[in-house]
Design a protein around this ligand. Structure first.
Ligand code: KIV
Length: 354
């Protein structure tokens, strides 16, 4: 690019229209150069400048009714399995919503799957709020629940309520989830008492992995199974609208499900639960080969394979010069191009060379 043209492109369009290239007798201005044979105004034919619109065309045809707490209660009553999937940002929420998930969970698993942290203990309330806001923009029909992260609710029922209010007011979600059984009943009662629905989470509670001695299946002994049932009843009595049962023997989950009035949502807890939840990146297969996954995390897709295939194809087309092809570029009227080249030549002459 010539020095003159570089200078020209560096200034704003307004200035560009009136600024002389050089103050000299010829007083050539961009205005004069560019205004010779200026063609009549043509409305732009290409108006898209960003990569894609937020919700795409599908949003206008989106007719699914909003899922609410009564919807979930009705599903539970007629024994229709409740489907729940995590989402951590706009596209993952959009996909889950469009594919018909009843409930979307902004789980604190986002610490690992979206933020690359080692475990859920690192993620903070502000991060949960930020991700919840993105999820809410993509979730038009699903009922959305967000996790209270470790440290935001255990201290007192008041702390729990304050954090829950922030997730609803700032994160815009419909309900919150928190980990813990009987010991968290006061927190659940306080939050539900303020009108915020709570989904409880018992069995394997990842936020307490250090106390549990790792990610261990819970309720495998008689005493352990009784503890799971006791926790489930306590969170129900405290007002939870449902309870996640994680990594509990299927038989225990079946008994707990039968003994409760509220739905159980299983993850690694067998098929007798009232619904199921999975982490989206796990079930999509959006992770490199060799990553450890718990046995319940069935892989329904190969998004990692497809993503790396597409990125490698892009790389090789750019390196090989076949992308972008003419169909990926914007056309310009021939006369404008000729005029542009003529102006550039003239500017270079004025500037004394390229
Ligand atoms: O954080 C999360 O994704 C969860 C699910 C595994 C239930 O709590």
């Amino acid at each position: 690019m010539s020095r003159a043209l570089a200078r020209a492109t560096a200034v704003s369009t307004n200035t560009l229209a009136t600024t002389p290239v050089r103050t000299r007798a010829t007083a050539i201005t961009y205005t004069r150069l560019a205004s010779r044979q200026r063609p009549a105004y043509q409305p732009p034919t290409h108006v898209r400048h960003s990569s894609h619109s937020p919700l795409g065309a599908s949003s206008s045809t989106h007719t699914r009714k909003k899922v609410t707490l009564p919807t979930l209660a009705a599903m539970h009553k007629r024994k229709e399995p409740i489907t729940m999937l995590t989402a951590h940002d706009f596209p993952s929420a959009h996909a889950a919503d469009q594919a018909g998930m009843d409930v979307i969970l902004v789980g604190d698993s986002l610490a690992m799957v979206a933020m690359g942290m080692d475990d859920t203990s690192e993620v903070v309330l502000e991060e949960m709020i930020l991700h919840s806001r993105s999820v809410m923009r993509g979730a038009k029909s699903a009922f959305v629940v967000a996790d209270l992260p470790m440290g935001s609710y255990e201290v007192s029922p008041e702390q729990a309520l304050q954090s829950a209010i922030r997730l609803v007011k700032e994160g815009r979600v419909h309900a919150i989830k928190l980990e813990g059984g009987i010991e968290m009943a006061p927190q659940i009662a306080k939050i539900t008492g303020a009108g915020i629905p709570v989904l409880a989470h018992i069995g394997l509670t990842p936020q307490r992995q250090n106390a549990l001695g790792g990610f261990r299946v819970q309720g495998k002994s008689t005493a352990g199974a009784l503890k799971v049932l006791q926790d489930a009843k306590a969170v129900q009595a405290a007002g939870a609208f449902g309870v996640v049962l994680e990594a509990v023997p299927a038989e225990v989950a079946a008994v707990v499900t039968e003994k409760l009035r509220i739905p159980t949502i299983g993850i690694g807890a067998g098929s007798s639960c009232s619904g199921q939840v999975l982490v989206q990146v796990d079930m999509l297969g959006y992770y490199p080969p060799g990553r450890f996954l718990p046995k319940f995390a069935k892989r329904f897709g190969d998004v990692w394979g497809e993503a790396t295939r597409a990125i490698e194809a892009y790389k090789s087309e750019v390196k090989g010069g076949s992308y972008p092809a003419p169909e990926h570029t914007y056309p310009m009227p021939k006369e404008d191009l000729a005029e542009f080249e003529r102006v550039v030549d003239e500017l270079e002459k004025v500037a004394g060379g390229p």
